[in-house]
Design a protein around this ligand. Sequence first.
Ligand code: 164
Ligand code: MG
Length: 343
Amino acid sequence: MRRATLYHYSLPMEAGVVLRNQRLKSRDGLVVRLERDGRQGEGEIAPLPGFSRETLAEAGASALEILRRWVNGEDPLADGPGLVFAAGAAVPPAPPSAAFGISMALAELDQSLPDAAPYQTVPLCTGDPDGLIPLLAALPGRKIAKVKVGMYEAIRDSVTVNLLLDAVPDLHLRLDANRSWTPAKAAGFARYLDPAHVARIDFLEEPCATPGQSLAFAHDTGIAIAWDESLRDAGLSIQARPGLAAVVIKPMLTGGLSHCRALVEQAHRAGLVAVISSAIESSLGLTQLSRLAAWLTPGVQPGLDTLSLMRSQLIRPWPGSPLPLSTHGELFQTLLEPVARLS
Ligand SMILES: O=C(O)CCC(=O)C1=CC=C[C@@H](O)[C@@H]1C(=O)O
Ligand SMILES: [Mg+2]
């Protein structure tokens, strides 16, 4: 017997979380729960406002349609960015968030998603850099942290990066400018960076507005770059380019599990590092992304340090997090009818 349930969640965010000039007061999404022959699998569907092309309502409508088919015995083939049914073209391709959440639930159900996960992430450094130094110095293993740049003056960013790399000699950094620099500002950042530090910047995500400008920056400065936003732009295929070190894959914005696997394989074939990263999922989604990263990108720490932006966890706790946990029971007030009853 197959059963599918969709739960709606809304988790309060910490004050002051701003994404693309939009304040995010709550994180809203769906949890899909599949049951078959005494086994269960869960996944999260949470389009990120300002980043995802689909709305939550669109993702929910698509998920319902897919789940109706699933409870009636059809099995989707994860293929391309969406989920495609063997039966053919009757279902429009699922938006990435729906494809990702359902494919993760299916992967738990058929036990293809390994359980093992280190639940470690690259710390996202915000706030006073001096206060962060003891924390960074105490990181286990290869010390690596992520710093957002491009929000203030470029020189201030260089000062922060210099300060952190001077203070913790074995620290490596990932930087992320979210395409916010003009070529002149990006050059200003590089000019004030201590040249001895360049080799300890593992990569800088999306320094400039266009991939061409970002590649020119890498060429001119020797600072390695990574694609994040550009990966999701139509037409950009993953290939080796001089100065390109890594691709950052946010599965929630990208598509189903098999599509994400294919992108990781493409990146590896091109000699690039593939980094699994969060699109601000709940603790349920983050624990699954940690498992996914351990499986698909072993040895590469994922970028999942976004749980502290929220005031609550969801269903599965992230080990060590002090945040309270919301359970399925608390989500019933927005429960969608179990799809199985519709079949
Ligand atoms: O990649 C990470 O280490 C954490 C996730 C992260 O930085 C982001 C998640 C979602 C939206 C963005 O603001 C941001 C990013 O641009 O990569
Ligand atoms: Mg990024």
